[in-house]
Ligand binder design. Structure first.
Ligand code: AMP
Length: 428
């Protein structure tokens, strides 16, 4: 056995896995087009300092960091948003708004490998810059819904919240931002009791703690009921109330965009990344307790990277996790191979077969040329195994008649046809 092993947390995508992933990726690109997003491609590596600006403690400690030969401290990107914020603060600074940008590719985090958590994983990332209006938030939620539908993910829901609910309360309780982040991180880890204890230690009033407890307890499948209850509980905290109203507007627009959108509002919901300033959301399916995607609004991000103050809202979908969800739900992800095996009989037929392969490919037909010099029956067995749709068999006899044998590998029927008819049949 070779001494060379794959690096822990990394995966090889063999053809059928690669096809599934690329199928999902193609859908993310289609959805980008449907919603007017233009693709941008940014480097896989960035200066460590850029990526560390606002990734949140969680991610910062999990980056792949190294020095390059020029002595620069470099990291593999753990997310797309920092690279895009860098562009917004530099090259794209004066671009007319709104800007709708889409990226897809691999990201790297030194997480503990487990189900749905890898050290190299794929995301599709969509961001809108320049609009602080709820329509922009609704577009991001709507495209997420559309992507899941397109890929036939079943029974998914969008869990929504707004960091303004808790930040509003904590700000009015005079808890400074850094301390708010610590409380939100505990909530993200679902450590409710620890979050309350920490809030107490930061001198949040008894009324504030009671309000927090009430917020943590609000649960209902009906978004409007949750929003009403939250509004009532928060009535003495004006900026908290504003956040609830904003969330309500977004939820209403989402319902307009599709009444099939399954929304679960949870006022205590927080997300790991510190840069969120408004609506936040994650996508779930019943079969998995980890999210398929997540996003929200981050109006201060571009500023943090030295750019102009620019409102922004976005989402990142985990392509690997979408694939896992489809697998769990037994949704067929089999990509039909539209490939034709071309088998010459005997060496004399090879040059003619090469010629025909070329003519077929010019017409956009995918051809797997027999390149092993095998007998027809061996070559056909292999074509079957490789799930080719047809085989073209041509020997001296067929060539003399300017014909080929076309065999449908699914029905096992075969017939002798001339070349023009072959083209017509396969182009169909
Ligand atoms: P985040 O960038 O942390 O907001 O994550 C957005 C989405 O990326 C998640 O909902 C997951 O689908 C996916 N994701 C994040 N971390 C990983 C990972 N280590 N492995 C696979 N997918 C991930």
């Amino acid at each position: 056995m070779s001494k060379f092993q794959r690096i822990r947390g990394m995966r090889d995508f063999l053809p059928s896995d690669a096809a599934k992933l690329r199928h999902i990726e193609a859908a993310t690109r289609d959805v980008a087009g449907l919603y007017g997003f233009a693709e941008i491609i940014t480097p896989l590596i960035e200066h460590y300092d850029l990526l560390a600006v606002k990734s949140g403690e969680e991610i910062k400690t999990r980056m792949y960091v190294f020095n390059d030969l020029g002595g620069r401290k470099i990291a593999l990107r753990p997310e797309f948003t920092a690279s895009i914020a860098r562009l917004m603060a530099t090259t794209l600074r004066n671009e007319p708004k709104p800007l709708r940008l889409f990226s897809t590719g691999t990201l790297y985090r030194y997480d503990e490998p487990q189900f749905g958590r890898y050290r190299e994983f794929w995301q599709s990332n969509y961001e809108i810059f320049g609009s602080k209006r709820p329509e922009a938030d609704a577009e991001i939620l709507s495209l997420t819904h559309q992507l899941m539908r397109k890929l036939e993910v079943q029974k998914f829901w969008l869990k929504m919240g707004d960091v303004g609910i808790l930040r509003g309360l904590l700000t009015e309780e005079e808890v400074e931002e850094e301390r708010q982040n610590r409380i939100l991180q505990l909530l993200d880890a679902k450590r409710w009791e620890d979050a309350l204890k920490t809030a107490k230690s930061f001198k949040v009033s008894t009324k504030g703690i009671t309000t927090l407890k009430k917020i943590f307890a609000i649960k209902d499948r009906d978004p409007s009921k949750v929003l009403q209850k939250t509004m009532k509980v928060l009535k003495d905290y004006e900026s908290g109330v504003n956040a609830v109203e904003n969330l309500e507007e977004i939820v209403n627009l989402c319902k307009r965009s599709s009444d099939e959108m399954d929304i679960l509002v949870e006022p205590r919901f927080a997300r790991g990344l510190e840069y969120y300033t408004g609506m936040i959301f994650e996508v779930f399916v019943p079969e998995m307790d980890i999210s398929l995607g997540g996003g929200g609004r981050y109006d201060k991000l571009v500023e943090m990277f030295g750019g102009e103050s620019t409102p922004a809202v976005g989402v990142a979908h985990g392509l690997d996790r979408i694939s896992l969800a489809l697998e769990k739900q037994n949704t067929p992800q089999k990509i039909l191979r539209q490939v034709v095996a071309l088998v010459p009989i005997g060496e004399k037929a090879v040059p003619k077969a090469v010629e025909l392969a070329s003519q077929l490919r010019k017409r956009g037909i995918h051809v797997e040329m027999e390149i092993m010099g095998r007998t027809v029956s061996r070559a056909l067995q292999d074509a079957d195994r490789r799930e080719a749709s047809h085989a073209i068999i041509m020997g001296p006899k067929e060539i003399a008649e300017k014909k080929v044998m076309l065999r449908d590998l699914r029905t096992r029927q075969q017939r002798l046809i001339d070349i023009q008819e072959l083209f017509k049949t396969l182009e169909r």
